[in-house]
Write a protein that binds this ligand. Structure first.
Ligand code: AMP
Ligand code: MG
Length: 517
């Protein structure tokens, strides 16, 4: 039996008499709300790792009692249901109140080891924050969130988790590309799990309203529950804690860069205070190495959230958080001065992680040039990022040859045009590697531990979606399984590591995604 200990509702102000419809919520962090039952729920998939972390056995999570909970049709003793209030900067502009428009908390579960997990149903019906939307989620976006959460976890990238994927049996109407073609789609609910779902926007909203009292209470709450190591730091606790948030965010963005992940909607309401990847919407994985690539069609013109700009945008978002926290910090300048820690951590971690990706035992100043040339060539010759790095470990540093990397390239002509430059680069890289005087096996193990063989390629997720929508969920299960061991070679599963096929290059759902979900 899972134990619940609902600190957020106990220790922070909630709405006393919430109106049932959408409204502005003042002076409160959360509103009580109940999930809307699903008409015909069915468990499509679950994460056994997440279930076991919570102390749930396989036959427990698949039992009708639990499936009813995961569909929003029943509650277990001790659960509390609520939605939280936050704001955010969307695409660079202040968007005022947003809030959990379709995420409903089930409370805070505490496992056998005393670890705390907030549980949240995404797509379980409207809340006071739904504005004009339906509080529901479609199967395609739910499959994407479910699979990617777990894939990121196994890649070692900080992330919110996904416990389950339930089909509701109810249709949801969406106009996928906002072009006047709404269709009925199958609805679904993901049960998300994280130690804390607090976002930058939870702090920005009360700051923007001048509600210092509420802001102070939310800050003190997250300090005591989520960052107890800073709670006793007296006057300086807010600045020190913010410095930690800067560091975690820097590490997160380096990890995204390492695995070629593009979040797609880095609004401040989608930034976790714990430095987790949160809100999987129109995200994507870099295939051909194009730093300006964004999966989000809504962002196609501005490219604010493209791969290359993620580090700069994370810093911009932290600046907005710093402004909010400055309202209640003892000394505003002490908060803003912590922003340097973002840049310092980012540079240090980038060097450490990319040294490992390229096989260097430690970073040397002169490595920057080698990296820049590699990135230029990967783009010019259209190399698949994941395959390029993975196969770099296969190159014989005694007689380096482009042949070992051939599988990574999308276009024969573009490869031919750059083969000479690539060979020169490989020669310089091999010289750099040989200067380390280290057994090859050590270096290769180091590279393979940070260069995944398997990532959730956009077209693979899309194939799993199309099959599931036609009634066959097997590919979801198979992808979940392959992505459990992203750094291992898995004989017989080479096709999941292959280059994106040509048909998927410009296909909706594979390279282009909208925010409609
Ligand atoms: P997102 O773009 O998914 O980060 O969402 C931005 C805001 O819109 C958040 O406040 C969401 O809760 C809300 N939202 C998105 N989709 C829906 C929906 N179908 N129903 C209610 N609220 C939604
Ligand atoms: Mg969001």
């Amino acid at each position: 039996m899972l134990r619940f200990d609902n600190r957020l509702v106990r220790e922070t102000p909630g709405e006393e008499n919430p109106a049932p419809h959408s409204h502005q919520v003042l002076g409160a962090l959360w509103s009580p709300v109940w999930p809307t039952p699903a008409s015909n729920p069915r468990l499509v998939a679950y994460s056994r790792e997440m279930a076991h972390e919570l102390g749930l056995a396989n036959d427990e999570i698949t039992s009708w009692d639990w499936v009813a909970v995961l569909a929003g049709n029943a509650l277990l003793p001790g659960m509390a249901t609520y939605a939280t209030c936050y704001g955010g900067h969307q695409f660079g502009s202040w968007a005022r109140q947003l809030g959990d428009g379709r995420a409903i908390f089930l409370g805070e579960a505490v496992n056998g080891e005393g670890r705390r997990y907030e549980l949240q149903l995404k797509g379980a019906g409207t809340t006071p924050y739904s504005r004009h939307a339906d509080g529901r989620a479609v199967m395609r976006s739910s499959i994407r969130e479910f699979l990617c959460s777990e894939a990121m976890h196994h890649l070692g990238v900080p992330t919110t988790r996904a416990l389950s994927l339930v089909a509701t049996g109810d249709a949801v109407v969406r106009d996928m590309f906002y072009d006047g073609h709404p269709v009925q789609e199958p609805g679904a609910i993901v049960c998300r799990v994280a130690p804390s779902f607090l976002r930058f926007g939870h702090f920005e909203l009360p700051a923007s309203r001048g509600d210092e009292d509420l802001l102070r209470r939310i800050v003190d709450f997250t300090l005591t529950r989520d960052f107890p190591e800073f709670a006793d730091d007296g006057e300086e606790r807010i600045a020190r804690w913010f410095g930690e948030v800067c560091e975690r965010t820097a590490r997160l963005v380096v990890d995204w860069t390492r695995v070629g992940f593009v979040h797609g909607v880095m609004n401040t309401d989608n930034m976790s205070i714990l430095g987790l990847t949160i809100d999987y919407g129109p995200y994507g994985w870099l295939e051909d190495f194009d730093p300006a690539w964004t999966p989000n069609t809504t962002d196609a013109d501005g490219r604010r959230y493209c791969f290359a700009r993620q580090p700069e945008i994370a810093r911009w978002n932290l600046e907005r958080l710093a402004e909010a926290l400055s309202v209640v910090a003892a000394e505003a300048s002490e908060v803003t001065s912590q922003l340097n820690r973002y840049n310092e951590t980012y540079s240090r971690e980038f060097q450490r992680v990319f040294a490992a990706k390229f096989g260097f035992s430690a970073w040397r100043e002169s490595d920057s040039t080698l990296l820049e040339r590699a990135f230029e060539l990967m783009q010019a010759a259209e190399a698949d990022m994941t395959l390029f790095f993975r196969h770099l470990a296969d190159v014989d540093v005694g007689t380096p040859s482009v042949i070992a990397l051939q599988e990574a390239f999308y276009d024969d002509e573009r490869l031919a045009a750059h083969t000479e430059a690539l060979a020169q680069w490989l020669h310089d890289w091999a010289t750099r590697i040989r200067s380390q005087d280290e057994p090859a096996a050590n270096r290769i193990a180091r590279m393979n531990a940070v260069n995944p063989r398997y990532v959730l390629r956009n077209y693979l997720a899309q194939q799993a979606i199309e099959r599931a929508e036609n009634g066959d969920p097997h590919m979801i299960w198979e992808l979940l399984d392959v992505l459990r061991h992203p750094y291992d070679d898995q004989p017989g599963r080479e096709s999941f590591a292959a280059r994106r096929p040509e048909w998927a290059r410009h296909k909706a759902g594979c390279s282009m995604l909208s925010c409609s979900s």
